[in-house]
Design a protein around this ligand. Structure first.
Ligand code: BDR
Ligand code: CA
Length: 311
């Protein structure tokens, strides 16, 4: 399958690239390009991180384009307390050999969609600004993608930035509202399912025992993030949200889904950035197209597949 990845690396974004690497090497996945967006770090920092991680995994020919540096209608904010100031858990890895592509990430989305109509899965694991801009640039974009898989949102689950808002939506609610209403075939992977897959101390020990270069890199990048979880929740563990979205994009049979219209709250004093789904069985007011939302996933399979790919 052909994947176009939009990301903000970011510890769990980096782990997702490492998870994809063996699938790319074996030909199961064709990662046609990567774009970066503000979110965990600035997009130019994220692009160098994507190149760093891809190069460590032996992947040197995948274009990485820099995208939007700020959200559509609010100030930019980064997540250095979770991902480190460098986005890779304060590992400060050496500069990559490669450089970002000349094209911007939204332009790259449009160009590749036109080049591969109906073939690409757009996997978005950061804020949705690049996707929103691409929709404005090319109104027929929704017909050009096979599927759009998004890590984002929280429904019957608290947010992770505010009590109600999940980070990827909170970083650019206007873009998310545009993307979720655009009418393309979306699968949303919210905190409700990513939190259920939290890795525990035993999983982290098994990774730490791995002797390969990728396992060692993953363990090193994860350390700061694991410490942030420990500070915040008092347990040793981590949630690799973005890797679950990648896994469901590749193998949807790992999840159960419901189809609902989803809107983003744009105005609430305490609820801006919250995702709201309409539980009614009859049509949503305003004909908002329903999207697929993952509601249950095979947690054991996620943990084992992620570990196996890193080992
Ligand atoms: C999402 O926010 C980011 O911090 C993570 O990389 C993930 O994409 C989880 O809410
Ligand atoms: Ca991310």
């Amino acid at each position: 399958m052909k994947i176009l990845l939009d990301c903000d690396p970011g510890v769990d974004d980096a782990l997702t690239l490492l998870h994809l690497a063996p699938l790319i090497a074996s030909g199961e996945v064709d990662l046609v390009a990567v774009g970066t967006v503000h979110g965990n770090v600035a997009p130019d920092v994220g692009a160098l991180n994507a190149l760093r991680v891809l190069e460590r995994a032996g992947l040197r020919d995948i274009p990485v384009a820099v995208g939007a540096g700020r959200p559509m209608a609010q100030p930019v904010a980064f997540a250095s307390e979770w991902h480190g100031t460098d986005g890779l858990g304060e590992t400060h890895l050496p500069e990559p050999a490669g450089r970002p592509a000349e094209i911007s990430a939204p332009d790259q989305i449009v160009r590749l969609a036109r080049r591969h109509p109906g073939e690409l899965t757009l996997l978005a694991i950061g804020p949705l600004t690049n996707l929103g801009i691409a929709l404005l640039l090319e109104p027929s974009l929704p017909e050009l993608f096979r599927e759009v898989v998004i890590m984002g949102g929280a429904f019957d689950h608290p947010g992770n930035i505010t009590g109600h808002a999940e980070a990827n939506i909170w970083h650019d609610p206007e873009a998310a509202e545009l993307v979720l209403g655009a009418g393309w075939p979306i699968t949303l992977v919210p905190l409700d399912v990513t939190h259920a897959t939290a890795l525990d101390g035993e999983w982290l020990d098994r990774l730490a025992a791995g002797e390969g270069e990728i396992a060692r890199l993953a363990a090193r990048v994860l350390e700061f993030y694991v410490n942030a979880y420990h500070r915040s929740l008092g347990v040793r563990g981590a949630v690799i949200h973005d890797a679950l979205a990648a896994m469901l994009a590749i193998d949807p049979s790992l999840g159960d889904y419901t189809e609902r219209p989803v809107r983003v709250e744009l105005r609430g004093d305490r609820t801006r950035g919250a995702t709201l789904w309409d539980r009614r069985r009859y049509a949503d007011e305003g004909d908002r197209p329903p999207v697929k939302v993952a509601v249950r996933v095979d947690v054991a399979a996620f943990r084992e597949r992620l570990l196996a790919s890193l080992l």
